[in-house]
Design a protein around this ligand. Structure first.
Ligand code: AHR
Length: 505
């Protein structure tokens, strides 16, 4: 049987960085059926007293998401956080200009914090720097994080939340470089506002960490210049600069589509270089890290979204139905971020439920797993510890937009405490299996626990509430002999090879 070939060497001491668990974050926006009909559906038979769907909570827990960005997204640029606190019956219904829907405000800051606790996640809270600014942002930090004895912290207590929420990670607005954004700004306008807002927020709570908006995507005309200018203004006041990217297979060219993670790799390198350029200019000792706080595949729903009735409440927007090739790309994107774990410390899969999401729900019906659920779950569950820096040599191909695309996209994570080594890999070949050989030289006594494979003979195969056509099996053939792993990764497949020190599993 003809196969593609790839080799890898893994050394325990060749490490990139300890992985920040926030790399496996996700995102819940007041958009479509993400909140209403997604995490919250009070009339569902499986909902809690507070109206949260327990079946959804179980699936989110399976993903082990440690951080959830909230409440937007484009939504946050027109959001008054005060509308979402206090007695629900007094909350206003507002027009959301970002998505042309009506926001009923049944769920706001406190309810979302309750939900996040139920899924064991922290919240990455975004403030509105579109229609609002310093005052609303610092008041929200006071409302959420100040222990008590001030107007907003006492208001929180009056709303039934005596304990402060202690939110650590905050976003200074969202995609402020985009003309579609309510309150869109130039880099200089945003940079100044973000710096002054950051100062005030940190004067309220010096323990918080802040993310400044980078470009909405790499092909924005202002990309590069935007990051440099924004960081010029904000460098001393923030910890992170954000990156966003969404891919799609619009011209139905799978070989090219599966190579899109190389674009993500370049994107990360460019933003890192820009942040370090500002560091050099400022002769600063501080390093700015990256928050990839929106990433995913998004294109399937573009056409149907044009049919949405304006000003409806929670219509089915951005409900991409993901197929098998999307799962492979999502896997490659996760591997790409692991390769930059020294600088990408936060990442949020956008989004979590119904809206470009790994989890889907039916009204009064089932909650189910999309194809992309699986690679995300595998990396989140098994990708904790030290990101290693394997040496890889693989046969390559050229596609429409990329040259030298390796058939093997792979990396490894070492969990020293659990004595577990995990290899994540995609075989991009659409024609044949890939013979994989991996030298694990100084991992003596490690043996294969399982070789998980996600494969399908139809790259367009999808899942539904009644059928999981795309789901992993554990019949991969990886084995170890004399310090070398060998395996054949099936044609076009996602692979997780889990090893553990003998007698430890
Ligand atoms: O995640 C969907 C949208 O994509 C977000 O609201 C926005 O920030 C981005 O353009």
């Amino acid at each position: 049987m003809e196969t593609k070939k790839a080799k890898m060497i893994i050394e325990k001491d060749f490490a990139i960085a300890e992985i920040d668990p926030r790399l496996y974050g996700s995102f819940v926006e007041h958009l479509g059926r993400c909140v209403y009909g997604g995490i919250y559906e009070p009339t569902h038979s499986l909902s809690s007293q507070q109206g949260f769907r327990l079946d959804v909570i179980e699936l989110v827990k399976e993903l082990q998401v440690p951080l959830v960005r909230y409440p937007g997204g484009n939504f946050v640029s027109g959001y008054n956080w005060e509308d979402g606190v206090g007695p629900v019956e007094d909350r206003p219904k507002r027009l959301d200009l970002a998505w042309r829907t009506t926001e009923p405000n049944y769920i706001g800051t406190n309810e979302f914090m309750d939900w996040a606790k139920l899924v064991n996640a922290e919240v990455n809270m975004a403030v509105n720097l579109g229609t609002r600014g310093i005052d609303a942002a610092r008041n929200l930090v006071e409302y959420c994080n100040h222990p008590g004895g001030s107007y907003y912290s006492d208001l929180r207590a009056a709303h039934g939340y005596k304990e402060a929420h202690k939110i650590k990670t905050w976003c200074l607005g969202n995609e402020m470089d985009g003309p579609w954004q309510i309150g869109h700004k130039t880099a200089a306008e945003y940079g100044r506002l973000a710096a002054e807002t950051a100062k005030a927020m940190k004067w309220v709570d010096p323990t918080i960490e802040l993310v400044a908006c980078g470009s909405s995507h790499r092909s924005m005309p202002t990309f590069g210049e935007w990051e440099a200018t924004v960081l010029d203004h904000t460098y001393d006041h923030v910890e992170f600069i954000s990156l966003h990217t969404y891919y799609g297979n619009r011209d139905n060219d799978t070989a090219n589509y599966l190579a899109r993670s190389l674009d993500m790799d370049d994107f990360i390198k460019s933003v890192t270089a820009t942040a370090d350029y500002v560091k050099a200019k400022k002769r600063s000792k501080k390093t700015i890290n990256l928050s990839f706080d929106e990433w995913n595949v998004w294109y399937h729903s573009n056409e149907s979204d044009k049919q949405i009735e304006p000003w409806s409440v929670a219509p089915p927007q951005l409900e991409d139905l993901y197929n098998f090739e999307d799962a492979l790309l999502v896997g490659s994107m996760l591997i790409t971020m692991l390769k930059h774990a020294d600088r990408v410390k936060i990442a949020c899969l956008a989004q979590l439920v119904n809206v470009i999401a790994p989890i889907m729900t039916e009204e009064n019906g089932a909650a189910w797993k999309q194809t992309i659920f699986y690679p995300f779950m595998h990396v989140s569950v098994f990708g904790r510890g030290l990101a290693l820096n394997p040496i890889i040599s693989s046969q390559k191909y050229d596609s429409k937009d990329f040259t030298d695309v390796p058939y093997l996209e792979s990396t490894a994570v070492f969990n020293e405490e659990k004595e577990e080594l995990t290899i994540f890999a995609v075989n991009r070949s659409l024609e044949m299996g890939l013979s994989f050989e991996c030298d694990i030289r100084n991992f003596e006594g490690y043996e294969v626990v399982e070789h998980i494979v996600l494969e399908n003979n139809n790259v367009k195969s999808t899942n539904s509430s009644t059928k999981q056509n795309v789901r992993p099996h554990t019949n991969g053939n990886a084995s170890v002999s004399e310090g070398t792993i060998t395996a054949v990764m099936p044609t076009c497949s996602w692979n997780v090879i889990r090893l553990c020190r003998k007698n430890n599993h």
